[in-house]
Design a protein around this ligand. Structure first.
Ligand code: FES
Length: 106
């Protein structure tokens, strides 16, 4: 499945993700700039903040209550489209996912 990232500098990168890998893992592994993923996906850092495309938030699902609490501490103020990208596992259902990476992560 592919993911289209809009990076903090406004550039776009489309990459092929492995099914089962998280959006954060995919970005870090493929060198997409802007996602830090400091805690390695442990849901304890909020440095993997992304905004999901408004047309796709129902497919990814919204942030869980705990994720929302973490997002309150994110450097870039969260919106209702915010997710911690380590919590989005890629699958064929998410093919073509578009996310905008938060400008500041730490
Ligand atoms: Fe730390 Fe996502 S990588 S919360």
């Amino acid at each position: 499945p592919t993911i289209e990232f809009t990076c903090p500098d406004g550039s776009r990168r489309t990459v092929e993700a492995r099914a089962g890998a998280s959006v954060m893992e995919t970005a870090v592994k493929l060198g997409v700039p802007g996602i830090v993923g400091e805690c390695g996906g442990g849901l304890s850092c909020a440095t993997c903040h992304v905004f999901v495309d408004v047309d796709q938030i129902d497919v990814t699902g919204r942030a869980t209550d705990f994720e929302e609490e973490m997002l309150e501490d994110a450097m870039t103020p969260p919106t209702e489209l915010s997710r911690l990208s380590c919590q989005i596992a890629m699958s064929d259902a998410l093919d073509g996912l578009r996310v905008t990476i938060a400008k500041e992560q730490q």
